[in-house]
Ligand binder design. Structure first.
Ligand code: TYD
Length: 206
């Protein structure tokens, strides 16, 4: 079983993945928890380039190739072997993030993005994708809170409210196109309510 979590920055993916993992463990399932970018050693090096605030000169195409390079390595090294071994894999972001984030910046490159997504993922599609949906204001205020605790920021944190709003609507449009795979979860609810909704959606598979 391959499950991915998507949503704007600050939508609460990490929290929900941790709760979901605990729920699965209660049921005797030990999932592989992973993320993009940065799910492998090579991916961590790529992530460092992507997140570095000094790297203001990264072109949108360079970014696209780096995300896809991270994914190609990740699928080969982690996701594919785990699925072949019959494990559950839960991934924090996958190719939908590239479709939406890079698709927004690289308008007119939809065909290339789709082709690279397919090649990088070795044709492995998620069985279920949870889109944690909330207004960009909420996501950003959560990031702001995180920032106050950690002081450090990365390149992604610096994007504007307008950017995050457009990402949100990009995700919602994508979910509309893949209703069979993508389940939209209202991420403005309490973390307990969100967790219950995810568990309910997974009931047929448990
Ligand atoms: P991360 O710190 O993991 O953010 P979050 O915890 O909110 O997921 O950084 C991931 C950032 O990378 C996030 O802003 C989205 C972006 N991203 C892309 O633009 N394209 C991609 O293909 C992926 C996987 C992530």
């Amino acid at each position: 079983m391959f499950i991915t979590f998507e949503g704007i920055d600050g939508c609460g993916k990490s929290t929900q993945i941790a709760i979901f993992e605990a729920m699965l463990k209660d049921k005797g399932i030990s999932p592989v928890i992973t993320l993009e970018p940065g799910g492998t050693m090579i991916g961590k090096a790529i992530r460092k380039i992507l997140l570095d605030v000094e790297n203001t000169q990264l072109t949108p195409l360079t970014e696209l190739f780096l995300y896809e390079a991270d994914r190609a390595q990740h699928v080969n090294e982690i996701i594919k072997p785990a699925l072949e071994a019959g494990k559950w894999v839960i991934c924090d972001r996958y190719y939908d993030a590239t479709t939406v984030y890079q698709g927004l910046v690289l308008q007119g490159y939809e065909g290339l993005i789709e082709q690279l997504n397919i090649e990088a993922c070795s044709h492995i599609a998620p069985d279920v994708t949870f889109l944690l949906d909330c207004p960009a204001e909420i996501g950003l205020s959560r990031i702001e809170e995180r920032r106050r605790n950690h002081t450090e920021t990365d390149r992604f944190d610096r994007k504007t409210l307008d950017f995050h709003t457009r990402i949100r609507y990009g995700y919602l449009a994508l979910a509309g196109k893949h209703k069979e795979r993508i389940t939209i979860i209202d991420a403005t609810l309490s973390r307990e309510r969100v967790a219950i909704k995810i568990e309910e959606a997974m009931r047929p598979y448990l």
